[in-house]
Write a protein that binds this ligand. Structure first.
Ligand code: C5P
Length: 303
């Protein structure tokens, strides 16, 4: 039976500026996404019947729903509906991206399913059409297709590439258990309502854009900003020790990734990243630490 495999990267947010809550419950964002070399693999296999099923393998696979609310299944279903097909595929997801970790792992799986099923079913939908279907599944899905470094506006789904040179070296401190993205946004709103946090200006940070353009890791480390960080720290106070451990190990920047609880550290080089990873693991402030680099391409068919 035929099968198609797609490799999809995780993201870290280099700037996450969060505006006030909108009538539809979402927040307007200026969201600088950066795709990093931590990949999930999604395989779509031909199935005899019309059902869409999913199997999840890898670390924390047990935390991923395997019913109709699995984001990869929802994406494949939306693709089938859009193209007038009855569906029919077995999806296999091999997870390396932390589950509910603020690195858009579920969105990556949705993006992978869109590319894999478009190929398996020979639908020939364009990249733009897949991006549009993806935006209906989740705000971060279009970026998992797009890859590289890009700024998202609206809910984060309207993307423009941000010029970046060179390679940046990262360390990700993975936490035990996840954080719910809606809960973190709600906590952000609460902290603002009580005056404990202030809303940000919704504009691309000029120092961040300059650091990316110049490939200047030191300047990038100083420019990292995440409006959801106070909310993530409020819900998971132990993360401040994780951030401190990375800073103590000489990281150029230390930030909660998206809605957390993964913490991201920018390093000077691949060797420095390995040192920072070892230091945060030794400090006992995370489940484990992994190194990665960025930017990398979005969802790509595997050889
Ligand atoms: O779009 P997605 O389903 O990935 O978003 C998950 C949740 O994150 C939303 O239901 C919402 O609570 C929150 N969110 C938000 N504003 C955004 C993106 C996400 O409030 N721009």
């Amino acid at each position: 039976m035929a099968s198609v495999t797609v490799r999809v990267p995780a993201k870290v947010n280099l700037q996450l500026a969060v505006g006030p809550v909108r009538d539809d419950g979402y927040h307007d964002l200026v969201n600088v996404f950066h795709a990093v070399s931590l990949f999930d693999e999604v395989t779509a296999c031909e199935a005899a019947g019309p059902e869409l099923t999913v199997r999840v393998e890898g670390e924390s696979a047990g935390d991923v729903p395997t019913g109709p609310d699995n984001l990869a299944v929802r994406a494949a279903q939306a693709l089938a509906e859009r193209s007038g097909r009855s569906g029919g595929a077995e999806l296999v997801i091999r997870k390396a991206i932390p589950v509910a970790g603020g690195m858009a792992g579920g969105s990556a799986d949705a993006a992978g399913a869109l590319v894999a099923c478009n190929e398996l079913w020979r639908l020939g939908l364009s990249f733009a059409e897949l991006m549009e279907i993806g935006a209906g599944i989740g705000s971060d899905v279009p970026f998992a297709l797009f890859g590289g470094t890009a700024v998202g506006t609206g809910r984060g789904e309207r993307l423009t590439a941000v010029p970046a040179s060179g390679t940046f070296h990262w360390v990700f401190a993975l936490a035990d258990g996840g954080l719910s993205t809606p809960a973190v946004y709600a906590e952000c709103d609460r902290l603002r309502a009580t005056g404990e946090a202030a809303p940000a200006e919704l504009a691309l940070s000029a120092p961040l854009a300059a650091a990316l353009r110049d490939g200047d890791a030191k300047a990038l480390g100083l420019a990292l900003v995440n409006d959801l960080q106070p909310a993530a720290l409020s819900l998971r106070p132990s993360l401040s020790r994780t951030l401190d451990a990375g800073r103590g190990a000489g990281a150029l920047g230390a930030i909660v990734s998206g809605s957390g609880p993964t913490c991201a550290f920018l390093a000077e080089s691949a060797a420095h990243a390995a040192e920072v990873a070892a230091a945060v693991e030794t400090a006992g402030v995370c489940r484990s630490a992994v190194t990665a680099s960025g930017p990398v391409r979005g969802a790509t068919l595997a050889e």
